[in-house]
Design a protein around this ligand. Structure first.
Ligand code: 1CP
Length: 339
């Protein structure tokens, strides 16, 4: 698999490409299946339909890897927290966690309840071409804990940050519980057939450096060490979004570091060198224009020089991007980087 070889810095015929949120609303075929499922969570819980939307971008765009269709928030959901996806607003936990006394109610066997995810993986791996990789994923403990405490996406993170400075023991206790579940969840995904895993730390930029290393990165490292010691052949990708200032301090037992679009690739390469393969980082909004794609791809390829690189966007696809341009991007990268 070209994608897996690239994760391990082995020679490949071209630089592989996939896109974060490659399954989603910009594809009419996705909208049709979501309609059939009723709503987003039903889609995640229906292995046949989740498999179908996972395969769509592979068939339509020709990307080199599929990413499991699910959501990071199924973990808190199966830990027992009510989760709603509100149209136009995104995910909401109507009853977020308030204090330490509520932690004992979280189900520590959540990984055993996520069988619909494992069934989806088995189905996808049966149907996906042998030369295409299947990427499993999880949210980082920090990003998941933020949703569990804030109840929804936030721009200021004031509720969880208040706890970090006033009551750090509470947050560490929560992070420990979530970390344990994430380890076992990724392990089950691997046993079910994923070929690589990505840890999304979408809310990495919420914290100052030392707090980030303490409350997020240390738990990511623990997960990487656990997975690598048991499954060294499975590449681990970590994506700590928007933390360029201390990229060089992000060490650990993983293979690929995801770079967001706000961090110049040249800057990342300077900081990281050959320590990790880099994944990224086209600004997603460039997909609105073919000229902007050409220009952006060329700049990234010039920096990465077809080595130690997996092409991706620097964050997720935007729902109204033209499908035609996404196809164009994939073709452009695969042609331009041909060895
Ligand atoms: O159909 C719809 O309207 C739902 C939109 C949607 C989709 C397509 C959501 C709700 N989740 C997903 C799928 C999803 N989520 C995938 C599938 C695979 C793929 O990439 O194709 C993945 C990997 C995720 C991961 C995810 N969910 C993250 C991490 C990545 C990131 O974007 O930073 C986060 C933060 C979430 C939470 C979430 N779920 C959905 C939305 C709209 C959000 C973000 C909301 C917010 O900003 O708080």
């Amino acid at each position: 698999m070209i994608f897996i070889d690239a994760c391990f810095r082995k020679p490949t015929p071209y630089t592989p490409i996939w896109m974060m949120r490659q399954a989603g609303r910009y594809l009419p075929e996705y909208m049709a299946v979501r309609e059939k499922a009723g709503d987003f969570l039903n889609l995640c819980k229906n292995p046949k339909l989740a498999c179908e939307v996972t395969l769509q971008p592979v068939d339509i765009l020709g990307v080199d890897a599929a990413i499991l269709f699910s959501d990071i928030l199924v973990i808190p959901l199966e830990m027992g927290m009510d989760l709603k996806f509100i149209k136009g607003k995104g995910p909401i936990f109507p009853e977020p966690l308030k204090d330490e006394s509520q932690l004992c109610a979280l189900d520590e066997n959540a990984h055993l309840k996520l069988t619909y995810v494992y069934d989806t993986i088995k189905l996808i791996r049966e149907k996906l071409a042998n030369d295409k990789a299947l990427i499993g994923f999880t949210g980082s403990p920090w990003t998941l804990a933020t949703y569990m405490i804030e109840g929804q996406g936030t721009k200021v993170y004031n509720i969880i940050k208040k706890e970090i400075y006033k009551n750090p023991k509470f947050i560490h206790k929560l992070l420990k519980i979530v970390t344990q579940t994430v380890k076992l969840y990724l392990e089950e995904q691997i046993k079910s057939g994923v070929n690589a895993v990505q840890i999304f730390d979408s809310w990495a930029a919420a914290l100052e450096e030392d707090k980030y290393l303490e409350f997020s990165w240390s738990y990511i490292q623990e997960i990487c060490t656990y997975i690598k010691s048991k499954y060294p052949h499975i590449p681990i990708i970590v994506f700590p979004k928007s933390v360029p200032a201390y990229l060089d301090k992000l060490d650990g037992d993983f293979d690929v570091l995801g770079i967001d679009w706000g961090t110049p690739m040249e800057f990342a390469k300077d900081k990281i060198g050959d320590k990790f393969v880099l994944q990224g980082n086209l600004e997603p909004a460039r997909l609105y224009s073919k000229e902007a794609i050409d220009d952006g791809v060329q700049k990234i390829v010039d920096v990465m020089k077809n080595e130690g690189h997996i092409f991706n966007l620097g964050h997720g696809m935007i729902p109204d991007l033209p499908v035609e341009n996404a196809k164009y991007l994939v073709k452009r990268v695969q042609e331009l980087t041909k060895r």
